[in-house]
Ligand binder design. Structure first.
Ligand SMILES: Cc1ncc(COP(=O)(O)O)c(C=O)c1O
Length: 376
């Protein structure tokens, strides 16, 4: 047998033996389940004006960008989205990407280089890790949210490396917590690193204008690259990067293969996202209300940590217990994420409950009651 087939069989058998084999299930549009598994926090994927903007752009541009961006895939719909995002978040320069995964791989694969040092929160997303590994820079992790540890690594840094980068998510995707960004900005002022913040799960939910935790903490002027996604709080598809210095945009346009050699994001997705930004900006009351609902919901579930983000982890530990709890919730009409290793560390399997502004109070109460039963 060829070594490929041998490796495939062995790897899948290992997953079976550990009970961690993943399977893919197609979701039905007719499903009546209450869905708390997606990242559509502001419910904008279902907003009639967002849908109408996407439909109008599809009628105008067709279903595809039909080319990579440097050839002819970059359209006025993409340029308008960039301008809107810059204005929203207070940055001077923006670039739109096909996905957050591609954006992170490109930014972290191209900006740091061999000879640089990258200090990253221990729990940052796989897309950032992969980028850094590709860059050849030295990667060191600091304990999750532990800025004392980050500072000690900054102090220990001997100055041998050319540049130091610091990477964090704002809201962490599997834990729903976030670092003290104002304190990180102070560290930046003291140590002078290049600061990259992934706001994938904060966009829409935080900030007076809804552009995220960087806005809320008032630290936009310290952030060198802000990575955001369009497919989560903005209910569309794709991603963006905001730059403090316009030269970084030019550099990535010239050197990021993820950008250069891929058919560009459909104009309809860009137009839907532009409309979503406009609507998200005005959702001030929803933001206040839903952060409070997040706090209240968490306080009723013993296994959930305090917080106010849309991501509520319900920590159950063993993978089989987590899968069984998710199944019981399904039987009660709720779809939630069940997250197991290797996505999260061993014995920290959890239900990942994503709140969204479309849920009713009655549904949340019902969910709380079911969770209290199944989490035992
Ligand atoms: C923190 C973070 N960054 C980036 C991504 C990737 O974004 P996308 O889904 O647009 O590829 C994710 C995806 O879940 C994420 O959680």
């Amino acid at each position: 047998m060829s070594s490929l087939w041998h490796r495939v069989d062995e790897s899948l058998a290992e997953r079976d033996a550990s009970g961690l084999r993943r399977t893919l299930t197609a979701r039905s549009a007719e499903s009546t389940l209450i869905d708390l598994s997606n990242n559509d926090y502001m419910r904008l994927s279902q907003h009639p004006e967002v849908i109408a903007a996407g439909q109008a752009a599809m009628a105008k541009w067709g279903a595809s960008a039909a080319a990579s961006p440097l050839i002819s895939g970059y359209t006025e719909a993409h340029a308008e989205l960039e301008a809107r995002l810059c204005q929203w978040a207070g940055f001077s320069s923006c670039l739109v990407w096909n996905s957050g995964y591609a954006a992170n791989q490109a930014v972290l694969g191209r900006l740091p280089q061999r000879g640089d040092l990258v200090l990253a929160d221990r729990l940052i997303h796989a897309s950032m890790i992969e980028g850094v590994l590709h860059s050849g820079a030295r990667l060191q992790r600091y304990q999750h949210l532990d800025l004392g540890h980050l500072e000690s690594l900054l102090e220990q840094h001997t100055g041998d490396e050319r540049d130091v980068f610091v990477l964090t998510e704002s809201v962490f995707s599997m834990d729903g917590d976030y670092p003290d960004l104002a304190a990180m900005a102070e560290l930046k002022a003291r140590y002078g690193f290049i600061w990259i913040v992934d706001e994938a799960h904060a966009i829409g939910w935080y900030g007076a204008k809804g552009s995220g935790l960087v806005e809320e903490a008032g630290v936009a002027e310290f952030v060198d690259v802000l990575v955001g996604t369009l497919g989560k709080g903005l209910g569309s598809m794709g991603a963006f990067t905001l730059f403090r210095k316009v030269e970084l945009r030019e550099y990535l346009i010239n050197f990021a293969n993820e950008f250069i050699y891929s058919t560009y994001l459909a104009p309809a997705s860009a137009a839907a996202a532009s409309k979503a930004v406009e609507i998200a900006e005005a959702m001030t009351e929803e933001r206040v209300q839903w952060r409070q609902r997040s706090r209240d919901f968490r306080s009723a579930i013993a296994e959930a940590p305090d917080g106010d983000s849309p991501i509520v982890p319900v920590l159950l530990g063993p993978a089989d217990k987590t899968m069984a709890a998710a199944q019981e919730l399904l039987m009660s009409g709720f779809r939630v994420g069940a997250v197991r290793p290797p996505t999260v560390p061993a014995n920290s399997s959890r239900l990942r409950i994503s709140l969204n502004t479309g849920l009713t109070e009655g549904q949340l109460e019902q969910l709380t009651a079911v969770l209290q039963e199944v989490a035992r």
